[in-house]
Design a protein around this ligand. Sequence first.
Ligand SMILES: *[C@@H]1O[C@H](CO)[C@@H](O)[C@H](O)[C@H]1NC(C)=O
Ligand SMILES: *[C@@H]1O[C@H](CO)[C@@H](O)[C@H](O)[C@H]1NC(C)=O
Ligand SMILES: *[C@@H]1O[C@H](CO)[C@@H](O)[C@H](O)[C@H]1NC(C)=O
Ligand SMILES: *[C@@H]1O[C@H](CO)[C@@H](O)[C@H](O)[C@H]1NC(C)=O
Ligand SMILES: *[C@@H]1O[C@H](CO)[C@@H](O)[C@H](O)[C@H]1NC(C)=O
Length: 663
Amino acid sequence: MIDIACARGLSALPFSLFLLLQATGSVYGADLKSYAPQVNVDCPDSLLRVFSASQQSLSGGENDFVSSRQSVVNNAWKDWLGDASQIGYNSDLATSVVNDSKVGIAVSGGSFRASLYGASVLNALDARNQSSKDAGTGGLLQVSSYISALSGGSWMVGSLYSNNFPEIQALVTGSNELSGWMLDKDLFFPDGISLHSDENDAFYDNIKASIEAKQATNTFTSLTDPWARALSYHFLNGTTPDNFYAADSAHGAGQLWSEIVNVPAYSNHEAPFPVIVVNSRPLGKAYENYLALDAPVYEFSPLEFASYDPSLSASINTKYVGSRLSNGSPVNGSSCMQGLDETGFVFGTSSSLFNSIVSQGIGSVTNADWFKRITDLFSDVSDARDTEPDDVANWPNPFYQVKGDGFVDTDRDWLQLIDGGSNGENIPLNPMFVKSRGLDVIVAVDSSANTDDAWPNGESIIYSQNRTSNILKDTHRAFPPAPKTTAEFISTGTNMRPTFLGCDAVSPSDYPLVIYLPNSPPLTGGDPVTNTDTFKLEYSANHVQMFLDQSYRNTIGGFTPGSNNADANFGKCLQCAAVDRARLRADIERSSFCNSCFDRYCYDPNDPPSSNEVVNRNLQNTKPDDVSNSASGGDSDGAMVTSVGWGSVVLAVGITVVSGGLL
Ligand SMILES: *[C@@H]1O[C@H](CO)[C@@H](O)[C@H](O)[C@H]1NC(C)=O
Ligand SMILES: *[C@@H]1O[C@H](CO)[C@@H](O)[C@H](O)[C@H]1NC(C)=O
Ligand SMILES: *[C@@H]1O[C@H](CO)[C@@H](O)[C@H](O)[C@H]1NC(C)=O
Ligand SMILES: *[C@@H]1O[C@H](CO)[C@@H](O)[C@H](O)[C@H]1NC(C)=O
Ligand SMILES: *[C@@H]1O[C@H](CO)[C@@H](O)[C@H](O)[C@H]1NC(C)=O
């Protein structure tokens, strides 16, 4: 049996055999130890790409992908828009005007809530679902060139690509081929409430085996590693209900983010270019609440680990991320690393919230059984040589002394990467605003829990406006006009229904149009089941389906001012928004149909909408079925805490913020 973990570093393995292994069963021969990276492998000729804010560029591979994807997208526009007469345009809109227009979808964090909400929204935008196509919303996913995600959103996106981009219902709840997410198995006590049942113990032993294998390569580990491994059981495709506790299955270990390029949906350009966002805790920057906005933001695509921030503007080949470089060059010809980009570790890093949990003393979490179990497990495997902190994800710094003092971590051996929403930007918009990517339209999918009832209040958009205009003005597009405070988000009702931002651009280059889709109560006035607790780590099958259905109906339903009826035209209005930059570029007048859509759905700063239009919404969460045997707390309302990643955890009174200190 060939161990693929070795095979990856073994250049002698014929490429065709490697492909065969890929095709026949993911990582054939992979086991729990495949979680370990390979160290001291040969370095490729080109590892690092260093550019600058004024001379920004994308990788050749990304340019190639997006341009090949564009011909798929151009056909998808025709499928979605037909002859465009339903939205009041001539047929050349769909067959030429809109060609090469670029759309992106950004999926927020918020733990399992965000995975489920993001999945429902994608389903509603997916032309493969006939009800979505009939509603007119299904098709937007097919015309998208990019999809970005962070934290809970990245679990969903990681899952999509690892499973070859299946339809959403099958991805989440399973099919003949897929096991689904199995969210009825608690993330940390999959066997139920008995904390030390044989199965729960086996689960921890198996996680431990992976971490020990990684440590044996002298690669520093942290709490993010057991976290990443536990998530992989649900979101990667190596685990089934039958093998859940088996020690002879890899449970996703050895599945790499850089190998997504071999997944057919990617290599055939049938899916958008995926990007996962992470934040970093710069040297000497302890923080409470949110990270400062000047802390570098990074992204992982299957091709590059990069930051387009002006202070860095550099990237490394994802396949070799972890390689130790100095001044941009390998320390020696065989000092490179491969396999640190485990898909589980990438989305685990994007949701690595331990620094906030610990520094804010989130008692409902630090006192929870799962947290104790994971810290115990970690101290059990912890290695004395392991000198990096436990509360972040530790990645060797490929950008060591590449950029000089402008880059805050230039002199650091390790980057401390953390939850992608740690700076308050819980929707991963940074990659979407990168100038060289030239996006026209961006869908912002928001399931942050900002309000007492765990709904978004636009806070993420407020932070994005700030970062875009103060930190990123040389490297990123301008932000469209949007409410300037969370109070204004609420008073205009922008957080309660779909809203288009930036409808009145004079030139397509002013700013992209943003379609904001907040998780919000059922438009029918029904009882909500989608504003769940961020730390709810188990969902019954019944709740999962209710969640999917409810947010799906909201997404295809738009809203009708002063009413609890769905808007039968919402799908067409979404089409109007999606083509509007291309229309402007071609200097075609907006159709009267689209004008009426824009009257309803646009945020116009000079004539803002009002929350009075959104009537009879029931804000309070309904628990479809209290999961009383849940070991991680199930549906408990757990004391909610100050805003931190995972989609911002709600602020409640009476929480003592314990001062810092690493684990
Ligand atoms: C996991 O998904 C990959 C990508 O589609 C596929 O090649 C592989 O066969 C799948 N593995 C399993 C165990 O289903
Ligand atoms: C637009 O794309 C479609 C689909 O690929 C193609 O048939 C058509 O020729 C393109 N139109 C122009 C003007 O490039
Ligand atoms: C479309 O999605 C809805 C909502 O999840 C689901 O009920 C329905 O079965 C899906 N339709 C198809 C054809 O997959
Ligand atoms: C932007 O964020 C910084 C903190 O990073 C804050 O000091 C400043 O007040 C914010 N500006 C606006 C306009 O909100
Ligand atoms: C190359 O660098 C690696 C990592 O620092 C080291 O372990 C190895 O011994 C070096 N090899 C040579 C030939 O110097």
